[in-house]
Design a protein around this ligand. Structure first.
Ligand code: ZN
Length: 177
């Protein structure tokens, strides 16, 4: 296992664009296994490689969907390598989001209801899926990390302004971690 450290809001690496994975090497497999450990140890439901300081286009999430009762359906962490998102629905919905890199801050973000995702798995096989609701949201949230985008960037106007004091506090608290 690699000894990965979670990066927090304020770390400039979270603002950089990640590069494509060129081959699924032992190092990539080890990185993914270690990312799964980090995600589980922080009780996360998604993690992107830049959040642990690796600027490559990989994210993981166990979210498969939402039950009729509104509870998240979680499976084994699914690995997305060089993901490409397309066909966002015109309908958007607002739901609360959080991020392991921005501890304990939750805010409503508007995102498309459905998304199509194409990616490689850890065996290098291309797969495609169309997801809905919170499953779609996790893919869009994690894919944003690969482009240096954080969920707070998608909150505009007054709703964003009210988050600023808390964001400054988080930046200060985690700046040496
Ligand atoms: Zn995040």
């Amino acid at each position: 296992m690699m000894n990965l450290k979670l990066l927090y809001y304020g770390n400039p690496l979270l603002r950089r664009r990640a590069r494509p994975v060129e081959g699924i090497t032992d190092e990539i497999r080890e990185l993914v296994a270690s990312m799964i450990e980090v995600m589980k140890s922080h009780n996360g439901i998604g993690l992107a490689a830049p959040q642990v300081g690796y600027m490559v286009r990989i994210f993981i999430t166990p979210v498969e969907g939402v039950s009729e009762q509104g509870e998240l359906i979680l499976g084994e962490p699914k690995v997305f390598i060089n993901p490409e998102l397309s066909n966002p629905s015109e309908t958007s919905v607002e739901m609360n989001e959080g991020c392991l890199s921005i501890p304990k801050l939750y805010a409503a973000v508007s995102r498309p209801l459905t998304i199509h995702t194409k990616a490689l798995d850890l065996n290098g096989h291309l797969f495609e899926e169309t997801t809905y609701g919170y499953a779609a949201r996790t893919r869009m949230h994690e894919n944003d990390h690969l482009n240096g985008v954080l969920f707070i960037d998608r909150i505009k106007g007054k709703q964003r302004t009210v988050l600023e004091p808390e964001l400054r506090r988080i930046k200060q608290q985690y700046k040496n971690m």
